[in-house]
Design a protein around this ligand. Structure first.
Ligand code: NAD
Length: 475
């Protein structure tokens, strides 16, 4: 066995093995100890016990800074692990590692500055003679469940704020891509995180994930993944705080006064990078009629230039999907759309066993799945509009609300779009795929119920405690 289960600082065997295989060529990437549901209670009890001996904030910051430093030193090894277990093209894998370093670094600095607030007690007669302030206390043991598509940085978005906030963690990484998380946990131990603060259990969602959700001593579940699973977790755990980061059907509005070249390039890059397996991949290009032909021509040329193939190749832009099953699902959605009258402008077939060609569709109607649901594959839909009302109606015609992009040089249009788009993040002259890790990131509607970014996650992972001191001279 290559990788054990992390319990109380010790890598253990469990008697069961899970093989991790490359989505590109099915080669064996590693063998991981598979945890059983009963390990959840054990890990949680260890974590609760550990939290009785808190680590001061400055030491938590130092540990996170050390993990960031170690990760930077071993960036190439982590990048290759992401290529092997997730099939992520090496260029995108390197970018993910760099961002994970940022996430850890930002969390370290937030750990040093996290504080409560002074309450202006003399503001009402009842407060006269009192001093009051709040402190932020860790909420308790955090249960973290993460998806396959960013197996390192999204794990950092759970672990870093939890440790920064003073919470111990039981982590269940995605079962298809657990090795980056295990290697990251090794860095935390090497950086001096005492045993018990981080426990890593690998296993599938319906058994191990469900056991974590149902464990009574977990105070908070932080989940990133699909909507169906996320919302069902919230229903199963009404007494817990459940933080959900879910999917999107990301639109890009291109107005006739916008930079069509920049918009086409952003859509080609961000619609197909990692085969569209990002929650904020460009899915819908919504283009004003006057520039639609120019956009389409430029966009299709850039799409045809994308390099498709082996994710370890330095030039590859588009690699495999996570599984053959996902390829079949995506091809069936494309087929359904075609039957409904859509036109395939490019792609639409398998390029290799688990690679779907970069696919561009037009004449898609808003009610169709590829328009309002999340395709999570290398597919971009182009629609045309006449005026801003129609553009916003098309963009908002989805159950999701994570991020949207707008290309225009008109301040009026930019402001109108920013105000009327039903998305939690509106990016002007930028693609909806943009994310810097300190940003408040999260979705409205079906896309979730929280914001990540270390500072915002730490607010969720701590609770305010009010202290009132009587006998204070007010003025
Ligand atoms: P998924 O929902 O299938 O799995 C996510 C995690 O949940 C995995 O660890 C899985 O084992 C676990 N899980 C599955 N069933 C469970 C259950 N019944 N109880 C508890 N845990 C369970 O998602 P995925 O395919 O790994 O990831 C893709 C999805 O993630 C997409 O919808 C994407 O948009 C979303 N995503 C969102 C963000 C964001 O920040 N908003 C970021 C990345 C991915």
């Amino acid at each position: 066995m290559d990788y054990g289960m992390l319990l109380n600082g010790v890598w253990c065997e469990t008697g069961a093995i899970r093989e991790v295989r490359s989505p590109y060529d099915s080669s064996l990437v590693g063998r991981v100890a598979e945890a059983k549901p009963e390990h959840v209670a054990e890990a949680t009890s260890i974590a609760m016990q550990t939290m009785k001996d808190p680590i001061p904030a400055y030491q938590r910051a130092e540990i996170l800074e050390s993990v960031a430093k170690l990760l930077k030193q071993r960036a190439e090894d982590f990048s290759k692990t992401l290529v092997l277990e997730a099939g992520k093209p090496i260029k995108a894998a390197r970018a993910e590692v760099e961002r994970a370093v940022s996430t850890l670094t930002v969390a370290a600095s937030e750990s040093r500055s996290m504080a409560g607030e002074m309450i202006p007690m003399a503001a009402t007669p009842a407060g006269i003679g009192k001093l009051a302030f709040t402190m932020r206390e860790p909420i308790g043991v955090v249960g973290a469940i993460t998806p396959f598509n960013f197996p390192l940085n999204l794990v950092c978005h759970k672990l870093a704020p939890a440790i920064a906030a003073g919470c111990a963690v039981v982590l269940k990484p995605a079962e298809r891509t657990p090795i980056s998380a295990i290697k990251l946990a090794k860095l935390f131990l090497e950086a001096g995180l005492p045993p018990g603060w981080l426990n890593v259990l690998v296993g599938d969602g319906p058994t191990l994930g469900a056991a974590l959700v149902n464990e009574p001593n977990i105070a908070l579940i932080t989940f990133t993944g699909s909507g169906a699973v996320g919302w069902s977790i919230r229903e199963q755990a009404p007494r817990k705080k459940v933080l959900l980061e879910l999917g999107n059907s990301s639109p890009v509005l291109v107005f006739d006064d916008g930079d069509v070249e920049a918009a086409a390039s952003a859509c080609a890059r961000n619609g197909f990078s990692f085969s569209g397996q990002s929650c904020i991949s460009v899915q819908r290009a919504i283009v004003q009629r006057g520039v639609a032909e120019e956009f389409e021509r430029k966009f299709l040329k850039l799409v045809s230039d994308l390099v498709v193939g082996d994710p370890m190749n330095e030039c590859t832009d588009v690699g495999p999907l996570i599984s053959k099953r996902e390829c079949d699902r995506i091809l069936s959605w494309i087929g359904e759309t075609q039957k409904g009258g859509a036109t395939i402008l490019s792609g639409g077939h398998l390029a290799q066993e688990t690679i779907v060609e970069p696919t561009v569709l037009s004449n898609v109607k808003p009610g169709m799945k590829v328009f309002n649901r999340e395709i999570f594959g290398p597919v971009v839909v182009i629609s045309r509009f006449d005026d801003i009302d129609e553009a916003l109606e098309l963009a908002n015609a989805t159950e999701y609300g994570l991020q949207a992009g707008v290309y225009t040089n008109s301040l009026d249009r930019a402001i109108a779009a920013a105000g009327r788009l039903r998305f939690a993040g509106v990016l002007i002259n930028e693609s909806p795929t943009f994310r810097a890790d300190q940003m408040p990131y999260g979705g409205w509607k079906e896309s979730g119920n929280t914001r990540e970014g270390p500072k915002y996650a730490m607010m969720e992972m701590t609770e305010p405690k009010l202290i009132v001191v009587n006998g204070f001279p007010s003025n």
